[in-house]
Design a protein around this ligand. Sequence first.
Ligand SMILES: *Cc1c(COP(=O)(O)O)cnc(C)c1O
Length: 289
Amino acid sequence: MLLPSPVLPLLLPSGFQISVKRDDLIDPYVSGNKWRKLKYHLEDARRQNKTHLVTFGGAWSNHLLATAAAAARFGFKATGYVRGELAANELLFLCSLFGMTLIPAERSAYRDKPALFRHYHANEETAYFIDEGGAGSQGLMGCAEMVDELNDHYDHIFVAAGTGTTAAGLLSGIIQAGLNTTLHVVPVLKGGSFLAAGIGAHTASIEQMILHADYHFGGYAKTSPQLLQFIASLSQSSGMLTDPVYTGKMFYAINDLAEKGLLDRGSRVLAVHTGGLTGLLGKRNAFSF
Ligand SMILES: *Cc1c(COP(=O)(O)O)cnc(C)c1O
């Protein structure tokens, strides 16, 4: 694991200069915020002598892959319940390669994960439940820690949000450290304004947070030619990859806000690269060159 992850400069297509917290470089597969969310789950499992991680995700879940790779590295057995059918895709292939047992779960059964866990693992003393995406207080704590790794002060920190756990952790970290930094959250789902309540439930205040709910490009995992073009051009100009599901939308948002003059030229902006680049392979046919 490459920790603390490095902070590297990035020139956006708009000519705006930012810094990037490269959590994508922590590990290629135990990547980004998924490692931060897993860390305390693994410590907790170890403390309780649980040797079998049981978790959940969709067929392109970065969390499943991170859990599979972390389990292999740290000597755990792992089982992943996959929502719907077992697709023959690159991500699940890597999970199997790391030794994870994959079990398809019908969408109706998948909805109640604790019930699924109880049903199959109630009598298994070594089994340890990790919620989809690594959510929960352990996940939050791991994400808050990222703030302590920063050596410089930033006026603005940007992060992409699915469930908002990472954003809530970062906001807690910012508040605990007494920083006046504003956290900018870019939901990748449609109607992402609902995240404010969830994030607020985990933090002392959401005064230092701004939600940018208009960069979802139609919804979760939806893209547009404009977004894909932006991702390709950023890859070519910087050597840094982003994906169309999460970080591509966040970097697009920062670039767009800068272009519209909504970010001061002199301000110090940090973008969190939350990793998860394997999902890019699932979108390769959407790109045209
Ligand atoms: C899962 C994921 C997110 C979203 O994290 P949440 O804590 O659910 O908001 C963001 N970026 C990447 C790359 C992810 O894999």
